[in-house]
Design a protein around this ligand. Structure first.
Ligand code: PLP
Length: 515
């Protein structure tokens, strides 16, 4: 097979704040309009200094961002990135969010002037209700982890309301849940019980029974888990947890392979979340610029973060009168443009299209598994489990690592040299040696999947013949291998230009001996 002969451009591009010169302008803003009374802006909100913006021309700004985009692999390459369901983000959906009815409105406007966008949110809530059996969705969470936190905060509000928070102190999950489940439960004050996996790839019912009881506040679980294994006993899990009085939350990040095949409510769950930036075709970006749609049954709806979009007669309104609400998860109603994009995806697909996409994703993944299984040196996790995986699969590079010394992180670096996205490995702790977790999905063609597997086969060959080439990769990328040790040293990095300047100024002072 012909593999991509790729080389990234290399631009010596400074950060935008270091470009340009004083006085250079991309935009000339008009003076404030007469009727805007600057004095009416509260003093605390009035700037004391001019904003420190980059001083460059429009052309220079365009050139800068073009260069940066050219040095990015991006989503136009092939990305079989497991637990994340890569999907095409359509230009039509993007265009819908640029319309003035959405781009130029503000959540503080009177709801009478926001009926269109409220209708979209309400309709999309209905679509997710159909897919999950839940009674009410909200879109405030900025990603999956935020939605998991919504659950933890809801459980806290619920148990506090019943006067049992002092007794219900524990949250139960599995070692293969996404770390945001235990982390958010711990952040909400619960003690985390993490169940280990058994031979069959999921925790045993006995382990669950031993873990749950009168102290259990909630069960948070994903299924299929992040290994791609579906727990066939999930209904019994939920039954047992509810028998002990616990709330049950379904983390639906790995929903793609089961879309329209099962319903969280029918399995007994009280609440669930969907990631619009994964399953529903909205752009990526967990932990902030995305949306974790959170849904629950009527019983728990009073605890949802406000406002909730409701329909009264023919009108839509924002229900803020929710005295039992857990409070805010984020400002306003969440990232509404993402909701519109996901709504556009769902409407374009239709119920039938969503079911077909799910089937394709499972077939594609099993095709990928079959082909990967033909490469000597890599093996599927839990190889004794004969049952097929769902929409993604955890694999192991363990045998190859033993033979050649090339581990999964080396391998990932080399993948970028072929112009494809490095694979996703696994969350810590690694319970599979040298793991990687690909997910084929319905987006990629057979040719794309074959090419991706062709790259994997080529790098396995390189690991045997020229291991140094793999160890020192990437070679065709805009930047060479990054020394990851600096990530452990907060003094070495900065998240913003201002923080960088502060740290640099601190360094200069330290060097001159003034501190
Ligand atoms: C199972 C599972 N739950 C939760 C999350 C967290 O989602 P997000 O990255 O949107 O915060 C992920 C992310 O990959 C996941 O795989």
């Amino acid at each position: 097979m012909k593999l991509p002969n790729y080389h990234a451009p290399r631009w010596d591009e400074p950060v935008v704040m270091e470009l340009g010169r004083p006085g250079a302008r991309g935009q000339l803003f008009p003076a404030p309009e007469q009727e805007i009374e600057v004095a009416e802006i509260p003093a605390a909100m009035q700037r004391k200094d001019r904003p420190e913006l980059p001083e460059i021309t429009e052309f220079e700004a365009q050139r800068h961002y073009l260069h940066l985009s050219q040095m990015t692999l991006g989503m136009m390459g092939i990305s079989l990135f497991g637990t994340c369901t890569m999907k095409y983000n359509s230009k039509t959906a993007e265009a819908a969010t640029l319309r003035p009815e959405l781009a130029e409105v503000h959540p503080y406007q009177h709801p009478d002037t926001l009926q269109g966008v409220l209708e979209i949110i309400h309709d999309f809530d209905g679509i997710l209700q159909n897919l999950s059996g839940m009674d009410q969705f909200v879109f405030q969470a900025g990603g999956g982890a935020d939605a998991a936190y919504t659950m933890a905060a809801l459980a806290r509000a619920y148990w506090a309301d019943r006067g049992e928070l002092g007794q219900r102190t524990e949250m139960v999950t599995s070692i293969q849940a996404h770390p945001c489940n235990p982390a958010t439960a711990a952040a909400a004050g619960f003690t985390v019980i993490n169940l280990p996996l058994e031979e069959n790839g999921y925790p045993s019912i006995e382990a669950l029974k031993a873990a749950i009881g009168p102290k259990t506040a909630l069960l948070m679980i994903n299924n299929p888990d992040d290994m791609g294994i579906y727990n066939p006993e999930i209904k019994e899990w939920v039954r047992l947890a509810k028998e002990a009085g616990a709330l049950c939350f379904y983390d639906h990040a790995n929903f793609n392979g089961v879309m329209s095949k099962l319903s969280a409510r029918e399995l007994g769950f009280d609440a669930c979340m969907f990631m619009l930036h994964k399953t529903f075709g909205a752009p990526k970006g967990g932990g902030g610029p995305a949306v974790g749609a959170f849904g629950c049954s009527d019983e728990f709806a009073p605890y949802l973060p406000a406002p909730v979009v409701v329909k009264q007669g023919d009108a839509y309104r924002l229900d803020n009168d929710r005295p039992k609400s857990l409070g805010k998860i984020r400002e306003f109603w969440g990232n509404v443009p993402q909701v519109v994009k996901a709504y556009a995806w769902a409407r374009a697909m239709g119920a039938e299209g969503i079911a077909i996409a799910s089937d394709i994703s499972v077939v594609a993944n099993n095709y990928m598994d079959k082909k990967l299984g033909e490469i000597a040196g890599i093996e599927i996790s839990n190889p004794h489990i004969r049952k097929r995986r769902m929409e993604m699969t955890r694999w192991s590079l363990g045998p190859l690592a033993q033979e050649t010394g090339i581990g999964t992180a080396d391998f990932a670096n080399r993948m970028a040299d072929y112009g494809i996205d490095p694979w996703w490995m696994s969350h810590e702790p690694w319970i599979v040696a040298e793991p990687f977790t690909p997910e084929a999905g319905e987006l990629w063609s057979k040719q794309d999947i074959d090419q991706w597997i062709g790259v994997v086969a080529r790098i396995v060959q390189e690991a045997r013949e020229t291991p140094e080439l793999v160890k020192s990769a990437p070679h065709n990328q805009a930047i060479a291998q990054v020394d990851g040790s600096v990530f452990e040293d907060p003094k070495a990095w900065a998240m913003t230009w201002r923080a960088w300047q502060r740290k640099r100024a601190g360094d200069a002072k330290a060097r001159s001996g003034s501190v």
